[in-house]
Design a protein around this ligand. Structure first.
Ligand code: 3PG
Length: 311
């Protein structure tokens, strides 16, 4: 006997939830590994412009090989696609390098506490630059987000202005990335995986000359020697791990964006930050003061209230 339509629908809903659950768990796990290796590399080798470039280069190479060997179907794209992608790539590049510069200066947990304030930037940009209006509950949810981030920043024992500003600039850039991305993806039949691959390649082209200008081969070579003598030859595996995991977590996040609404995505992203904050505090033995943790908790609670208010 065939199942009733209601039972079949319930089954497909359950299968969808399991699929999204698997995407989320994979995304968070990959992100935690990226953050840990990225910080281990930055502690020994403080060249965030180079490590950001290597992450993009590694992802671009992985995708070119996947296309060439037909592991992934290459996208059918034209010049229009690249033109629409350009502003997304500029924002992605700025957001990526700014977050990495931030993590080179402060604890990973601090960068991610400030990055949990991204919804506040989204509302402010949408309201003042795009003229969008929101219900009062959305504006109210910004109070705990901004207040919590502010409290965490004020009570951060190892506060550093570059670290703080890097995370703030990253928030702003990623809001623009999401706005441009939505426009650029409209009506296009490029999968999330291939969209992110093209984004990495274009960002790599944009970032490379700036990385050379800001840091440069001279510094990189001298720093590399020091890092290898301090850490040993396994240092190269740390660099490889941070680069590979950077690509993988972003790829999975763009793949899940194909399946879920931007709102579910932003809730998932906030929960991802909680796993990064907690795991990095444990692994790097970051000292935590109760008042500082309270600020982080208020900010994160605010992002949940924001998603509820927007829903
Ligand atoms: C980066 O290097 O791009 C940031 O760590 C990414 O931040 P995200 O957690 O917002 O992806």
């Amino acid at each position: 006997k065939s199942p009733s339509p209601a039972a079949a629908e319930a089954k497909s809903e359950a299968a969808k939830s399991v699929k999204i659950g698997i995407y989320f768990a994979t995304w968070w796990a990959l992100n935690v590994v990226f953050n840990i290796y990225n910080k281990k590399v930055l502690n020994a080798y403080p060249y965030p412009w180079l490590t950001s470039t290597l992450s993009l280069a590694c992802g671009s190479l992985m995708m070119l090989v996947s296309w060439a060997t037909k592991i992934a179907e290459p996208p059918k794209i034209n010049l229009e696609f690249w033109k629409a992608l350009f502003p997304v790539a500029v924002a992605h590049t700025i957001g990526h390098v700014a977050a990495t510069v931030s993590m080179s200066k402060v604890a990973v947990s601090f960068t991610h506490i400030i990055k949990s304030g991204e919804p506040a930037f989204s509302v402010i940009v949408s309201r003042f630059l795009l003229g969008e209006r929101f219900p009062p509950a959305v504006y109210l949810s910004l109070v705990p987000i901004i207040g919590g981030c502010g409290l965490a920043a004020l009570t951060e024992p190892n506060f550093n202005m570059t670290g703080f500003m890097g995370a703030m600039i990253s928030n702003l850039a990623f809001v623009f990335r999401n706005i441009f991305s939505k426009k650029g993806m409209k009506g296009k039949s490029v999968s999330g995986m291939n969209y992110y691959a093209c984004l990495s390649m274009l960002s790599l082209l944009i970032l490379t000359p700036f990385a050379i200008a800001v840091e440069g081969a001279h510094m990189w070579a001298a720093g590399w020697k020091e890092a290898v003598s301090e850490i040993g030859p396994q240092f190269i595996w740390w660099v490889a791990a941070q680069s590979i995991f950077y690509h993988l977590y972003n790829q999975v996040s763009y793949m899940s964006l194909d399946e879920i609404s931007p709102l579910t995505f932003s809730v998932g992203n906030t929960m991802k930050r909680i796993s990064v904050i907690v795991s990095s505090i444990i692994i790097f033995r970051t000292p935590v003061q109760p008042i500082n943790a309270l600020g982080a908790a208020i900010a994160i609670l605010g992002t949940f209230l924001y998603s509820q208010a927007k829903a």
